[in-house]
Design a binder for this molecule. Structure first.
Ligand code: GLA
Length: 383
């Protein structure tokens, strides 16, 4: 990965890069749409991710190359978002802007080459990986320091303020704090990050539906707003609650009439999801993998019925996976409205079983599901 990125940099810019950095994509294990609601999430960094190669330049240009496309030229004097085909540059340019605003000034521009082993649009957060890899590399070449949480916050701020996506800290936090064979647990209210070892021999399989809701970004923003609206109504009865995650299921149920059907179901998803995260953490400690699996499946059901961020393709993949042996549980992973399903399995779950799921999916929807057998790997780092 780093060799390919280095080669690509040399071909594009005619010299060796000063610095290489890698950041992984992530699986959202459980904790769906809880992060920006001040709740709990558990994820895993995967071994696939994004590598960048960077060198400082003598002028104030920022020159970016990715996937064999033509170089895109930006400038340190115009750190504004682009739309259209160059919009992929908003991730590194957004990171550059956030770093500047934090006092990590860059007096000369840089050249950057990007190489990804993560399927884009698979719900494994290639955008957070891109942000984190860029932030690590830029901090190193310009001589700035921060810690893992600092890098995660830079990535999230770039996404919120520059890209315009109102995400929480899940993707960037997991990409920063990932460890081999471990889950990353985040309390998003306090931004406390910790890791828990994964039970021996357990496996992750990701089934990318290759289906994307046309309005995925606006659908996410709509859910973000619904959660805010639900909180405002709940605060009339519970003024001390600063986020939905400070409320419990009984309190939400007691406010059903005031919330109305849609906001009631959105709030119910968030508060029950926080409870499922706690249930998963307890079940992992007790090595009760069946209980972990049940919570994963219940999370998907709550997405389907209450948060309505699943789609028929994801529901079908979850159902097919659940019918296979050696599966503890399965659920949509990430924002939803398309993207991927994650299956948590024992070591006996086989490539043939994954292929059977993909074949049933192809027959039903006429679409190929991409199957990725991955494992929990290390977080963002300099190479
Ligand atoms: C996307 C966002 C995350 C999180 C998930 C849903 O991945 O980027 O911040 O909200 O959706 O849990």
């Amino acid at each position: 990965m780093s060799d390919e990125t280095k080669k690509y940099f040399v071909e594009s810019f005619g010299s060796e890069p000063e610095q290489l950095a890698f950041a992984p994509g992530r699986i959202e294990f459980i904790g769906n749409h809880t992060d920006y609601n001040g709740g709990l999430v558990v994820g895993a960094a995967v071994t696939e991710g994004i590598t960048v190669a960077v060198s400082r330049r003598k002028d104030r240009k920022i020159v970016l190359v990715s996937n064999g496309g033509a170089p895109i030229e930006r400038s340190l004097d115009d750190l504004t978002p682009l739309s259209g085909t160059g919009s992929w540059t908003n991730y590194p340019i957004g990171v550059t802007k956030v770093m500047h605003d934090l006092g990590m000034e860059m007096l000369v521009g840089y050249s950057i080459a990007v190489h990804s082993t993560l399927p884009a649009g698979a719900g494994m957060s290639s955008s957070a990986a891109f942000e984190l890899a860029t932030a690590y590399a830029l901090a190193a070449v310009y001589g700035y320091k921060t810690d893992k949480a600092g890098f995660a916050r830079i990535g999230r701020k770039a996404e919120n303020d520059f890209v315009g996506m109102p995400c929480g800290i899940l993707d960037q936090g997991v990409s920063a704090f990932g460890e081999d064979n471990a889950l990353v647990c985040i309390d998003c209210a306090t931004e406390v990050f910790s890791t828990d070892p994964l039970p021996d021999q357990t496996q992750f399989w990701v089934f990318n539906s290759n289906k994307k809701h046309a309005l995925v970004d606006s659908a996410y923003a709509a859910r973000f707003k619904e959660c805010k609206d639900a909180l405002a109504i709940l605060q009339k009865s519970y003024p001390e609650a600063k986020t939905l995650s400070e409320l419990n299921e009984a309190q939400v149920r007691a406010t059903e009439a005031e919330l109305g059907d849609v906001l009631f179901r959105r709030a119910l998803h968030v508060v029950t999801e926080n409870a499922r995260v706690l249930a998963v953490e307890a079940a992992l400690k007790a090595e009760d993998l069946d209980a972990v699996g049940q919570a994963l499946c219940a999370s998907h059901e709550s997405s389907r019925v209450n948060f309505e961020n699943s789609i028929a393709e994801l529901d079908f993949l979850v159902d097919q996976v659940k019918q296979q042996s050696h599966v503890f549980g399965a659920r949509l992973t990430g924002g939803g409205f398309g993207g991927a399903v994650m299956a948590f399995t024992g070591p006996e779950f086989s490539t043939a079983q994954a292929a059977a799921v993909a074949a049933a999916y192809a027959e039903k929807f006429g679409l190929d599901a991409t199957v990725i057998h991955t494992r929990a790997g290390q977080g963002a780092r300099l190479l």
